[in-house]
Design a protein around this ligand. Sequence first.
Ligand SMILES: Nc1ncnc2c1ncn2[C@@H]1O[C@H](COP(=O)(O)OP(=O)(O)OP(=O)(O)O)[C@@H](O)[C@H]1O
Length: 361
Amino acid sequence: MAITREGVMEILRGIRLPDGADLVSRDMIRALSIAGGQVRFVIEAETPEQARAFEPARAAAEQALRAAPEVSDVQVVMTAHGPAAKAPPQEAAPNLRIGQHPTPHQGGPQRISGIDRILAVASGKGGVGKSTVSSNLAVALARQGRRVGLLDADIYGPSQPRMMGVKGRPSSPDGKSIDPVTAHGVTMMSLGLMLKEDEAVIWRGPMLMGALQQLLTQVNWGKLDVLVIDLPPGTGDVQLTLCQRTHLTGALVVSTPQDVALLDARKAIDMFLKLKTPILGLIENMSSYICPNCGHEAHIFGHGGVRAEAAKLDVPFLGEIPLSLAVREAGDSGTPIALGDGPEAQAYARLAERLIGGGMA
Ligand SMILES: Nc1ncnc2c1ncn2[C@@H]1O[C@H](COP(=O)(O)OP(=O)(O)OP(=O)(O)O)[C@@H](O)[C@H]1O
């Protein structure tokens, strides 16, 4: 018989932290997944120091679960929040307004204080997996010890709250600045958290630019090694404003391998070239499909198109992410696949390693 969620929690209640509390009463367990006898979850500490102090508890949790007869394999990952405070579950300051006209701007692209690098994740075409890549890349970078922020700038269709499993409004201590939320070791902010569910954004360009400016400058990001920005698809106002006003380390362009997506990816690349934003590379998403039943590999959207395009345009090819049901399910359930250890998580770990190795993250 497989172990249940309650069974796992019961075992974890027995693991004492240095101050006598336990992992469950402290609400530190995230992304618990039980598949057959395999148990995986994340322990989310509040600071890197706390993560270090709680390491013996992580090891004890793994050992205690392994000893359970219904459990065949255990993986427990410890992640730490950035320095930003965890937001209380409800109520932002009622007088905080998101969506305003932008303030006048002089001079070239500005740096954001406390943030060392900014990566913009872009795509020419909608639905190619840009938001999925952004959240998973953020998680993979955090797992490799980076202090990571994730800004959902997909203002018309913010999907990061769902993909990162975050609910509730961020708080604002003074009606001007906004405390971001944290999830899976990543500090994050999305316009989706400031809107009521089902509320549509019906702003014109200037309001959009003002909202983006607020999200970049009024959020208490704390010290970050890297901020990942999930852009809206295409080549519109948000991209233009971001590249002109903010000092970006560079852009990562996500595409699926088929020609129609590549055509639009080329337009996005052309835009970044014109705006003099470095293109750090192309990522092929939904690259190949491995049937979970028989292991057959199928190339539903083709394969290798993005690598070939990168060679043609003389920009780096950063890697392939397979098309898999697990990626979609993980995104829908708010526990990005990069938290696990399967082939998709490994693809993201390689991508993160490559960016860190190149000084880009
Ligand atoms: N590698 C993958 N395998 C399977 N499903 C995927 C993969 N990547 C993304 N998806 C799924 O495809 C859908 C679209 O992905 P996502 O929202 O990330 O795309 P997007 O490019 O950000 O879209 P939008 O243009 O709406 O912002 C989601 O349901 C997501 O879970």
